[in-house]
Design a protein around this ligand. Sequence first.
Ligand SMILES: O=C(CO)COP(=O)(O)O
Length: 271
Amino acid sequence: MTTSTNGKFDRKPLIAGNWKMNMDHVQGITLLQKLAWTLADAEHDFERVEVAVFPPFTDLRGVQTLTMGDNLPVRYGAQDLSAQDSGAYTGEISGQFLSRLGCAYVLVGHSERRALHGESNELLATKVAAAYRHGLVPVLCVGEGLQIRQAGTHVEYTLEQLRGSLAGITAEQAETLVVAYEPVWAIGTGEVAGPADAQELCAAIRTELAQLFGDETASKVRVLYGGSVKASNVAQILAERDVDGVLVGGASLDAAEFANIVRFEHHLVTD
Ligand SMILES: O=C(CO)COP(=O)(O)O
């Protein structure tokens, strides 16, 4: 991909699938194998467009085996991690364990965890720090609910989440950061934010990152959009200048559909 004047193409697009609490360890292997075959048939260039999956914890060992054994260049991560490293924290999973399982990434602060588990920005800042301690790249999720969108305060609300969840991290750490803007009203609803909405927030996030960490760092951070992304709408969303990838829920559970999302550049050509 050539370098554009706005620098967007210096950032490798990241197409990520969040399987949520779907796909047991056997189903997960089947899904990933199908995805691998489909992308191999299409001669997908993983150097050009990065692919990552976020399976349930119990699938990670199998995903590790599959990606090592077949030398499949799909990267993967967990959907959450503990803020602690080890000890008496029943039910928690340490970033150290994820790192040893070959995870490259970890989701932090998905809206479902914020809403269902009461995860605050303060707690999430400690999870982001834990991810960096263990060599994992945090994919920090932010985004407003419907009421906030209707009140028109969505930009300020989302940036407040961003600032709060990144408290204490250094500019050097921030260089590898991934942020996912996922408006809650667009998650699993079929209601996709328009490309202009996605661009507005992704650009606002980058501007805020520039204030926190400097322009150069902000220009390296990949900002993804998530919420009802499908093969039929991905190309328009990724045509926006500050949108560097997508975080896909439901449509990532179908290998053919997800492979078509990964191949978004081909839709652009035919659009
Ligand atoms: O929450 C999401 C990804 O993390 C988006 O989910 P859907 O793609 O199912 O709307």
